[in-house]
Design a protein around this ligand. Structure first.
Ligand code: NDP
Length: 445
């Protein structure tokens, strides 16, 4: 048994109640043994043991009162995973499915993703099982204030800088930030990212993950000499990542033919993204409203990955494990040539195997969706400088970072003789090596 296999077996026993984390761990350990073959000394240093165990896990109760005067209690979490590269950094997710399993998976991935951006950021993730859906603005505000009352003890511009994720957008960040300032009696801008533009946010942060995904996809296609113009694109999800991925794909001459949400999907050869924005960003509604709102297109309940529709490129941007082996086979049957993950781990390990077996270009989330956290890093830089860069300047930096992530992947492919369509191993190796180098330089602690 090699080092990666031994560690995976040990963690499987210790954390047997964390299937999603174990899935993410398998994806990483299944493709990085070559680092340890090259550097057998890492095993004695306990590199993997130290990487896999979070620095700290914080769990707290979040009591709040609804509009009818009824008290509710949710769970709040922050997993501070690794900070050898900089302050802990990673989003907060508010969704009923949030638990320690999900957050360990997301925090672990975040460490390598942040390393790939080359910005000085460690990895963390947090959130709550609170569901903002169907709550009034005042209920969301009271929840956020209660959440921050506890979280504020563990964060700070040089310590841990949370951002948004599913269920945490500009509204939630605003309420969280306001409470932090009040508790600390300060005006530290760099403590949260994803802030409003008027009070320390960065232009292009809202667009960053989706735009960055397309910048990475473009690099991948170009490396294979595949033209992107006219390619038929299926985007799942219709939240922050999905909407701006669709927008940039359209700007780059691709044709977006479908999107989805947690209940159903729309298919439309003339997809009207402004209508999707109106429904999702302004009304916080369901895609069910789409055909009525814009007078064309079709809405159906269920997953967009269970229908037969011809598409060249799939951009899963909803949530983890949207695509299993069966759904991947269907995508391949329907002509997919490239899959790039806007969400974190939307493809399970069987789906990834199908892509690789069939020579499909595949970009894992930790490389392809790193544009969001990269631009959060740029927001932190602007906050430290007390300056705001223009949209074009931030977008250019984002573009350069995505190109650099692609180059780092190619470098790992060259160094380790990897398949040039498989970015899984390349992204894991490139990200992990950076973290290991810093861990060794900083000693054992
Ligand atoms: P949002 O909350 O803005 O949107 C999530 C979208 O996914 C919603 O449209 C939601 O539907 C949909 N969705 C939820 N579950 C499913 C499902 N099972 N099948 C299909 N669609 C589903 O979140 P984000 O766009 O911010 O995040 C999406 C993903 O991207 C997450 O995995 C997140 O971790 C990842 N990510 C986000 C970054 C960011 O900057 N925001 C950065 C990097 C990664 P509904 O509208 O019905 O709720």
């Amino acid at each position: 048994m090699n080092y990666c296999e031994r560690i995976e077996e040990e963690v499987k026993k210790k954390d047997s109640d964390m299937p999603v984390f174990l899935q993410a761990l398998h994806e990483v350990l299944g493709s990085t043994q070559m680092i340890f073959d090259k550097h057998p000394e890492y095993e004695k240093m306990g590199i993997l043991e130290r990487l896999i165990e979070p620095d700290r896990i914080i769990q707290f109760k979040v009591p709040w009162v609804d509009d009818h005067g009824v008290t509710h209690v949710n769970r709040g979490f922050r997993v501070q995973y690794n900070h050898v590269l900089g302050p802990y950094k990673g989003g907060l997710r508010f969704h009923p499915s949030v638990n320690m399993d999900t957050l360990r998976f997301l925090g672990f991935e975040q460490v390598f993703k942040n390393a790939l951006t080359t910005l000085p950021m460690g990895g963390a993730k947090g959130g709550s099982d609170f569901d903002p859906k169907g709550k009034s603005d005042m209920e969301v505000m009271r929840f956020c204030q209660s959440f921050m009352l506890e979280l504020n003890r563990y964060i700070g511009p040089d310590e841990d800088v949370p951002a948004g994720d599913m269920g945490v957008g500009g509204r939630e960040i605003g309420y969280l930030y306001g409470m932090y300032l009040r508790i600390r009696n300060c005006a530290e801008r760099g403590v949260l990212t994803g802030k409003g533009i008027g009070y320390g946010g960065s232009l292009a942060r809202k667009e960053a993950t989706g735009y960055g995904l397309i910048y990475f996809l473009n690099e991948m296609l170009e490396a294979q000499h595949i033209a992107r113009e006219g390619k038929r694109v299926l985007v799942s999800g219709s939240g922050n990542v999905a909407i701006y991925a669709a927008e940039k794909a359209m700007q780059c001459g691709m044709k977006v033919i479908g999107m989805s949400d947690s209940k159903g999907y729309i298919l439309d050869e003339e997809l009207d993204l402004e209508a999707v924005k109106e429904i999702k960003e302004n009304r916080r509604g369901s895609l069910k409203e789409y055909p009525t709102l814009c007078g064309h297109g079709l809405y159906k309940e269920g997953s967009v990955y269970d229908v037969d529709v011809k598409c060249d490129i799939a951009l899963p941007c909803g949530t983890q494990n949207e695509i299993n082996g069966e759904r991947a086979k269907r995508l391949i049957k329907n002509g997919v040539i490239a899959v790039a993950e806007g969400a974190n781990m939307p493809d399970d390990n069987e789906a990834i195997e199908e892509y690789l077996k069939n020579g499909i270009l595949f970009a894992p989330g930790k490389a392809a969706n790193a544009g969001g956290v990269a631009t959060s890093g740029l927001e932190m830089s602007q906050n430290s400088l007390r300056l705001s860069w223009s949209f074009e300047e931030v977008d250019q930096r984002l573009h350069d970072i995505m190109v650099s992530i692609h180059k780092q992947c190619q470098k790992a492919m060259d160094e380790y003789g990897l398949d040039r369509k498989n970015y899984v191993a390349a992204a894991n190796i490139a990200g992990m090596q950076k973290v290991i180098d810093a861990m060794i330089a900083q000693g054992i602690f």
